[in-house]
Ligand binder design. Structure first.
Ligand code: BV8
Ligand code: ZN
Length: 252
């Protein structure tokens, strides 16, 4: 992508946002990449030689809770020092700029909240929350690393990460809120996702189907790039600040 071409895309994206009052941002692992968090499919998507799609499942946890907890404990240790990057910061700033701004993420990290985003819709749960398999109590727990794996609840039950595994239903209230916002928005930003995981990726189809303009921010074309009106083909940590700059120039 030449510099001119992507300045033209930035201008077109800014025009769309300048006219919008209802905006949805839908993010994936790519928005955290510049914070040093490996993406799923970028890192070869393997854990101890197993594809992530086979580790992040209830079956894997039932068969080998220790192996699955080694995967999550390692990710929590890696995540603990990570800080939001400019992409998270621009998105956090936009919740004040638009009459309605809804942020739905597939990510289980807390970098959007750390950047100041509020009411983040976590479609796939949070790696910083644990749930007891026996008493179902769920709470925030930032211990990294855990002194012993697998961690146990005070009731003696086995704790699991409060994330949505493959084959598990998403939290219906969160998904419903995100789908209603996608249906109503004028612009949907799709940031840093390969858009292959459903039902989350369905947000893009719902928004486009309801007539929203779709702006994709991703160095690569996602599986739903064909639905994008504008594509900002670069890292979100660079593209979103440039988009914010172009937007601010229109309303100053
Ligand atoms: C469900 C939490 C039904 C865990 C995740 C067979 C059996 C069962 C289900 C299925 C099946 N076949 C298909 C399905 C459906 C399945 C699915 O979609 N599978 C895919 C793989 C085909 N979905 C499910 O299982 C869902 N549940 O269907 O349940 C049901 C219904 C009712 C009742 C019971 C059951 C649950 C899916 C949720 C899985 N959990 N995460 C954890 O994190 O450990 S998904 C996981 O993938 C992460 O959340 C991740 O976010 C998500 C998507 O990945 P991406 O975020 O897009 O990351 P990726 O690496 O792929 O891409 C990164 C992108 O960033 C790239 O495009 C790259 O170019 C870009 N990028 C890189 N650098 C940058 C950048 N962009 C911008 N800037 C940069 N600097
Ligand atoms: Zn318990």
């Amino acid at each position: 992508m030449t510099a001119m071409a992507d300045q033209d895309s930035i201008t077109r994206a800014a025009d769309l946002l300048a006219r919008a009052s209802r905006v949805v941002a839908f993010t994936g692992a790519g928005v955290s990449a510049e914070s040093g968090v490996p993406t799923f499919r970028g890192a070869g998507g393997l854990w101890e030689g197993h594809p992530v799609e086979q580790v992040a499942t209830p079956e894997a946890f039932a068969a080998d809770p220790l192996m699955v907890w080694r995967f999550y404990d390692q990710r929590r240790v890696n995540l603990a020092p990570r800080r939001p990057n400019p992409a998270h910061q621009v998105l956090a700033g936009w919740q004040e700029r638009f009459a309605s701004f809804v942020l739905a993420t597939q990510n289980v990290d807390s970098l959007h909240e750390d950047a100041g985003s509020r009411e983040v819709l976590h479609l796939h749960g949070s790696i910083w929350r644990v749930r007891c398999c026996r008493c179902q109590e769920e709470r925030e727990d930032r211990t990294a690393p855990f002194p012993a794996l697998p961690p146990r609840c005070p009731c003696g039950g086995l704790l699991r990460p409060a994330v949505v595994w493959f084959g598990e239903a998403l939290p219906m209230d969160v998904l419903e809120t995100a789908m209603v916002a996608a249906e109503r928005c004028e612009v949907l930003l799709v940031v840093g996702t390969s858009a292959v995981v459903y039902p989350a990726a369905g947000l893009v189809e719902v928004a486009a189907g309801a007539g929203a303009a779709v702006i994709e921010v991703n160095p690569q074309a996602s599986a739903l790039a064909w639905l994008a009106n504008v594509a900002l083909r670069g890292p979100a940590g660079e593209m979103l600040p440039r988009l914010q700059e172009a937007l601010a120039a229109r309303t100053s």
